[in-house]
Design a binder for this molecule. Structure first.
Ligand code: ZN
Length: 128
């Protein structure tokens, strides 16, 4: 017998088919770890040509509390790219999140962190 859930949020399980693609945000410190981030970026480009490398953001953008660049990648790449990142992140902190269309949930409840958890600037997701 299946138990009926009472919480409104948990009443219907979310379908992973709602995920269109993923982002990995690679955080770095421009003064001390930019070179490592660059090396990782080169390795990603070589090993995962289907991943799309975003621009360098030394200045803070969106919810991100540190300098970072984004790697967008298709669903089919998750099973190979995620373990590769686990083994090759070189001490860098990385946020991996799905894109389901719900920006706030994707960066919080749906997020996976490698190396640490940073406090994101979630105010950017609040509706005006
Ligand atoms: Zn993202």
């Amino acid at each position: 017998m299946r138990k009926k859930l009472t919480s409104a949020n948990a009443s219907v399980p979310s379908d992973p088919k709602s995920i269109t693609h993923y982002h990995a945000h690679v955080y770095y410190d421009p003064a001390s770890t930019r070179d490592r981030a660059a090396r990782l970026r080169d390795r990603v480009a070589e090993a995962f040509p289907k991943a799309t490398l975003g621009r360098w953001h030394d200045e803070l953008v969106g919810p991100h509390p540190r300098s970072m660049y984004q790697v967008a990648f298709p669903r089919a790449l998750l099973a190979t790219f995620l373990p590769w990142l686990m083994l090759n992140r070189d001490g860098l902190t990385i946020l991996v999140h799905p894109e389901t269309g719900d920006d706030l949930a994707d960066h919080t409840d749906h997020a996976a962190w490698l190396g640490g958890i940073l406090r994101l600037r979630l105010g950017v997701f609040r509706r005006a």
